[in-house]
Ligand binder design. Structure first.
Ligand code: NZQ
Ligand code: ZN
Length: 388
């Protein structure tokens, strides 16, 4: 196991009706004037936004609002948010929505105290300071409610890039599984795929002797394999929703990834798909992740066997372990198909002729990525071809 620090300061406020306590938590973390940031229509339609406002009012907290965050959030609204926060002397940002809303909130939070262009942070500059952020999560997926990460798309050129800092970790996150019951099955499945991908990005490692994190990873993956079909069949199943919601947080606050080298190549490769086609991130991952697995499994066949046997219940072929590794990848792809995810370019709405442009935009040039298997541009192009 490698040396590590683990810092996860967010207070998680989990369970039914907990959004009614927003005001208490904003106050606890020093907020006196809040920007409520939200997405399209879902939080309004469900009445959630009204409940959040009421809770702030009950605690005597002033607020203003900025809605309209799109999935795959754009820089344009972030600039608007920064301007609004400065004009209104906002001291706390409350994200009401999914990963896109939370990431947009984090970008605004980093941009407000910074004199330069907030995009500098998405081009590699370190974030030292940010306004405090709280979240009311409405979809189990990105894990942004517990992470220090934010992913934003620059409209000029449609570049999707990430920034990360402990300064961006939410002060608190309200997680009421009931709020996810209004999700369409497709969005639920996209979220489930993203959660599993966050674990796989950590599971496929070259670090040895990491039994505890291996087992934690497998616990999250097995939970998703069991619970996802249950919520697809019965969207109001609170217990299954609750397990998935907590799994989404555990999958990405890094508790399952500490002390080990991680990969993240599937995410990098996917981000070009959601940037170009504006597809859901989870749907893009459903197409890319099994293709990446097929491309790299020979690097460590026994690790893929471990996944196949422990997570998907495949039989171990001791004579020819490669058969087991392949069976595990097939089982993953079948699972994704069964929960309604696209599993190739055509189903996603992506085009094979775009592969050179997608590869080029990733910007590897003659270099290679890091991770489980270091990939060149040619390798990435091969992975897109397998996915096609
Ligand atoms: O905008 P509204 O109307 O709210 O609709 C949203 C949106 O269309 C809808 N939705 C959310 N909650 C709902 C609901 N509809 C009905 N009922 C509800 N309760 O779902 C759609 C998708 O929402 P979005 O926030 O985009 O989903 P998700 O949480 O999957 O976030 C995706 C974004 O997160 C990034 C992705 O790249 C993508 O941009 N990621 C962020 C990460 C992080 N910050 O740590 C890590 C991830 O790997 C990921 O890259
Ligand atoms: Zn993801």
């Amino acid at each position: 196991m490698n040396n590590f620090n683990f810092y996860s300061p967010t207070e998680f406020v989990f369970g039914k009706d907990r959004e009614n306590e927003c005001g208490t938590y904003v106050k606890k973390f020093g907020g006196s004037k809040v920007l409520i940031h939200y997405g399209g229509n879902s939080a309004k339609k469900s009445g959630l936004l009204d409940r959040v406002k009421k809770s702030l009012e009950n605690s005597g907290i002033a607020y203003c609002e900025l809605g309209g965050v799109q999935p795959n959030p754009r820089d344009g609204l972030v600039y608007k948010g920064i301007e609004l926060c400065r004009k209104e002397n906002i001291d706390f940002i409350l994200a009401v929505g999914g990963g896109s809303v939370i990431d947009s909130s984090k970008a605004i939070a980093a941009g407000v105290p910074y004199d330069g262009d907030f995009w500098d942070f998405y081009s590699g500059k370190r974030i030292e300071k940010a306004l405090p952020v709280g979240t009311v999560l409405t979809i189990a997926a990105a894990g942004s409610e517990g992470s220090g990460d934010s992913v934003i798309t620059k409209e000029d050129g449609m570049f999707k890039r990430g920034a990360g800092s402990d300064a961006l970790r939410p002060k608190f996150s309200v997680m009421n599984p009931e709020l996810t019951q209004t999700l369409p099955a497709y969005q639920t499945a996209c979220g489930a795929t993203d959660i599993m991908a966050h674990v796989f990005e950590r599971y496929f490692t070259n670090t040895t002797e990491v039994e505890i994190t291996d087992r934690l990873c497998e616990a999250v993956l097995m939970t998703m394999v069991k619970e996802t079909p249950r919520v697809i069949a019965d969207p109001n199943n609170y217990e299954a929703r609750a397990n998935i919601m907590w799994a989404g947080m555990v999958a990405h606050n890094n508790i399952v990834g500490v002390g080990r080298e991680q990969d993240w190549n599937s995410h990098g490769i996917e981000h070009e798909l959601s940037a170009l086609y504006d597809c859901a991130h989870g749907a893009g991952l459903a197409v890319i992740m099994p293709a990446w697995m097929e491309f790299v499994y020979k690097h460590n066949i026994m690790r893929f066997c471990q996944m196949a046997v422990r997570v998907f219940g495949c039989n171990m072929d001791f004579e020819n372990p490669e058969n087991t590794a392949i069976a595990g990848i097939k089982a993953f792809r079948r699972f994704l198909h069964d929960i309604g995810m696209p599993i190739n370019f055509a189903e996603l709405g992506a085009k094979e002729e775009d592969i050179p442009a997608l590869t080029e935009k990733l910007g590897l040039g003659d270099g290679k990525t890091g991770g489980f298997v270091h990939l060149s541009s040619e390798d990435v192009s091969q992975i897109y071809k397998i996915a096609a």
